[in-house]
Design a protein around this ligand. Structure first.
Ligand SMILES: [Zn+2]
Length: 124
């Protein structure tokens, strides 16, 4: 059985997959953030697009998300701090075999009972 890439120590099928199958299953900003990280590791571009808040979607193109995802090998997610609407995290990945870290504070917004990624700032 496959452990969930988000680091929850649960099986993927009992963790982020539930959210990948149904956006309404993300009950907190953190659970959506974890599901988005896992989606990056699996190249679930539609999920990443669909969980971007409608007001931010014009800033992203699926092809860009795809190529950006393809260039990286995601290794590990570290959640540093969460509030109701924000998640600060470090996503560890390899790019051209070099270990790198994306340190970001993301903001999420609930709309009609579902959580969406609004935007993020890079911290280091
Ligand atoms: Zn998970």
């Amino acid at each position: 059985m496959e452990k969930c890439p988000c680091g929850s120590l649960m099986q993927y099928t009992a963790c982020c997959k539930l959210i990948h199958d149904d956006l309404g299953k993300a009950h907190t900003a953190e659970s959506l953030m974890r599901a988005r990280y896992t989606a990056f590791t699996k190249g679930l571009i539609d999920f990443l697009y669909n969980t971007t808040h409608p007001t931010s979607r014009r800033f992203i193109k699926k092809v860009d998300v795809q190529s950006w995802t393809d260039q990286r090998k995601w290794m590990r997610l570290e959640i540093l701090n969460t509030t109701k609407t924000t998640v600060e995290f470090k996503a560890h990945y390899l790019e051209s075999l070099e270990p790198r870290i994306q340190h970001e504070k993301s903001t999420f917004k609930a709309s009609h009972g579902k959580w969406y990624y609004l935007d993020g700032i890079f911290l280091s």
